[in-house]
Write a protein that binds this ligand. Structure first.
Ligand code: ATP
Ligand code: MG
Length: 183
């Protein structure tokens, strides 16, 4: 599934509504230090279901909400939307009837996050599985953090196996099996 666009509103330094179109091929994001390049990648990770605020370089999840700056006051919510091309119909059955799938995550101060797929409210887990099935997601090795290459080299065999399973696109199945075993 191809990412088509990323829409941010009130997420970290993206105070105003910002819409990034992601064209086919290689996309580069360039800009001076502190302009928000890493925030953009974190928005991608966040909308795919990241639940660790530490991985968002934050000390609480509410810290992803625009905290004010320049003449602009703080916002009381942040929202990120990610539009996926689903013409190949690779999404889980519940979401698989549309060519475009928009996943949104919204957080309001002290209220936690809500997720929607094409406007319908879903669980965080549904969003995480959607991306795991597409061999990507908040924790997937398709998003390479600074220092992560070194971690892969020194990882224990089980952790390295998880990386390979993810690359092979079976992470979603693995996760569902684990859930079934707990029931
Ligand atoms: P570098 O080239 O140094 O890696 P970068 O382009 O990756 O820089 P980011 O780390 O994405 O920059 O952005 C950092 C900026 O985001 C800082 O100016 C910081 O103040 C701002 N920022 C982070 N969180 C928030 C927030 N909640 N509200 C407002 N601004 C924020
Ligand atoms: Mg950066």
């Amino acid at each position: 599934m191809k990412f088509e666009r990323l829409r941010l509103l009130g997420f970290k330094s993206f105070c105003e509504s910002t819409d990034f179109l992601i064209h086919s091929g290689l996309t580069g994001v360039v800009g001076p230090n502190g302009c928000g390049k890493s925030n953009l990648i974190e928005a991608l990770r966040w909308v795919m279901g990241e639940n660790s605020y530490k991985n968002m370089r934050a000390s609480a999840m509410d810290d992803v909400i625009f905290s004010g700056g320049g003449s602009r006051p703080a916002r009381n919510f942040a929202e990120v939307g990610l539009v996926l091309d689903n013409t190949a119909r690779l999404a889980p059955a519940a979401f698989n009837d549309a060519d475009l799938i928009e996943v949104t995550r919204r957080i309001e101060r002290e209220q936690g996050s809500t997720y929607r797929v094409n406007g319908k409210e879903v669980r965080a887990r549904d969003v995480q599985l959607l991306f795991a099935d597409a061999a990507t997601g908040a924790r997937s090795p398709s998003l390479v953090r600074q220092g992560q290459i070194g971690e892969i080299i020194s990882a224990k065999p089980q952790a390295r196996r998880r990386i390979l399973e993810d690359a092979a696109g079976v992470a979603g199945l693995h996760s569902r099996r684990h859930e079934a075993e707990l029931r």
